[in-house]
Design a binder for this molecule. Structure first.
Ligand SMILES: Cc1cc2nc3c(=O)[nH]c(=O)nc-3n(C[C@H](O)[C@H](O)[C@H](O)COP(=O)(O)O)c2cc1C
Length: 437
């Protein structure tokens, strides 16, 4: 038997039109209603997943490129995942639910109060995916947009403030003593009085303290500053990195070093590596998919161009596929790193078709060139990750039932038989499940 690992699902297009652009849309689910998400949450709980993380961006992006973002629903609309969470808690008993939150959008006192309320309502199953994107700043204030590292500084101040409010009730402040008829001892509540670089506020918080751990803090940033934030603050780090031994061990060491520097223990953080597998019924089918992906037709390339146009806020669909991609089409608002990820090492002379085809190309799990393969092959990969000390994986997809079942139906029995995937939950909330192994 192998070591158990933690499993998370990343709802990658957020609380938005599930299945848009795919044939599965004809199942006619209404993405604005809770049922499709509740069904998915029940499935993930049955499958033994620790948590589901709901992607979010509070903005439709730059005013000049809104049409690119909404036309094929890659960049919006998105409804607020924090308000979806209670519906998912109500549909499940053990699954952790982790909406994405941006410190720019919530004042610390409001955040501390709302998060505390949901932590109690859910039986300690709330997590918060803390992101520092600054592109949506104009929706919240007229203040100048913060730089990359400053946004992390603000997030740390925000979390410190929230934690101070959560701790503003000393042990013994909450009495609920019927004999003496005293509910709480107000002399044991702290004023907090936070005066900082980004926030000023006073406490104490008017929500009662937790009995079974704070909401779990999740973080996805992979920069040096992002890993520093994770080391100091996170219970779960979402990792995007090549899945070879050196890369996995290096990534883990960087997070663990950051934790130690902040006076925490490496085992306080679970690192989940993100994977988007295509699980096939047979090795022959996997070979067929990989072979077909080497020669994508124009329709497949257009679909990729649409997603890239949304992510890069630049219209690639109107460009000639067979001409070199002129990098001047990208305005100053587009991150150079994102452009680099599109063109890879192919250089500016390569036609757009070459860049999009590279994104279309799939590889086999069995030879570690990609993530197409059978459930057994995928389980071999996860087992190998476990041998390198891995804590868990984050499967990536939408919440459409077709996506979920295509990925999980064959995988869950194989992972369970090998002892990699939990069969039962600990008796407690999300933090208890994360610390169970
Ligand atoms: C698995 C994963 C999930 C992410 N989810 C979100 C998200 O929901 N919303 C968001 O604004 N950014 C998201 N990001 C982006 C990060 O928050 C961050 O903006 C990005 O990684 C850049 O930060 P860095 O420079 O520290 O890497 C995600 C990144 C990864 C790897």
């Amino acid at each position: 038997m192998s070591r158990p690992q933690h499993f998370g699902w990343f709802l990658a297009r957020g609380f938005g039109p599930q299945g848009w652009g795919y044939p599965s849309l004809e199942w006619d689910y209404d993405w604005t209603r809770p049922e499709i998400y509740q069904d998915a949450a029940r499935t993930l709980e049955q499958a033994g997943f620790d948590l589901v993380i709901i992607e979010d961006a509070p903005s439709l992006g730059s005013p000049s490129t809104i049409d690119l973002r909404v036309r094929h629903a890659f960049g919006g609309p998105k409804h607020d995942p924090f308000l979806l969470a209670p519906y998912l808690f109500q549909a499940t008993r053990h699954l952790g639910v982790v909406p994405t939150v941006n410190p720019a959008a919530y004042l610390p006192y409001t955040a501390a109060r709302q998060f505390a309320t949901l932590q109690h309502l859910s039986g300690h199953r709330l997590g918060l995916n803390v992101v520092t994107d600054t592109g949506s700043a104009r929706h919240f204030s007229a203040a100048p947009q913060l730089g990359h590292d400053e946004a992390y500084d603000r997030a740390e101040e925000w979390l410190d403030g929230i934690r101070a409010l959560w701790r503003s009730w000393d042990d013994g402040a909450l009495l609920a003593d019927r004999e003496t008829d005293v509910y709480a001892d107000g002399t044991r509540l702290r004023a907090v009085e936070h005066r900082g670089e980004h926030f000023d506020f006073d406490g104490p918080l008017n929500a009662v303290p937790f009995t079974d751990g704070d909401p779990a803090i999740v973080s996805p940033g992979g920069s040096g500053r992002g890993l520093g934030f994770a080391g100091a603050n996170s219970d779960v780090q979402l990792a995007l990195a090549p899945l070879n031994e050196k890369s996995v061990r290096d990534y883990r060491a960087r997070v663990h070093d950051a934790a130690t520097e902040s006076g925490r223990r490496p085992e306080d953080i679970k690192i989940l590596f993100a994977i988007q597998p295509v699980i096939t019924p047979s090795a022959e089918e996997a070979d067929r998919i990989v072979a077909a992906s080497a020669h994508p037709d124009d329709a497949a390339l257009v679909q990729i161009a649409r997603k890239q146009s949304s992510d890069l806020e630049t219209d690639l669909t109107s460009l000639d596929l067979d001409r070199p991609l002129d990098l001047s089409v990208f305005g100053a608002h587009v991150s150079r790193g994102s452009i680099q990820r599109l063109i890879g090492d192919r250089g500016e002379e390569a036609p757009l078709r070459a860049h999009l085809s590279a994104l279309a190309r799939a590889g086999r799990i069995s030879d570690r060139t990609g993530f197409v393969g059978t459930a057994e092959e995928f389980a071999d990969l996860i087992e190998e990750l476990g041998e390198w000390g891995n804590d868990g994986v984050l499967l990536w997809g939408d919440f459409h039932p077709v996506t979920l079942h295509r990925t999980l139906d064959e995988l869950v029995p194989v992972l369970r038989r090998r002892g990699i995937l939990r069969r039962e939950y600990a008796d407690g909330g999300l933090q208890t499940n994360l610390r169970a192994f």
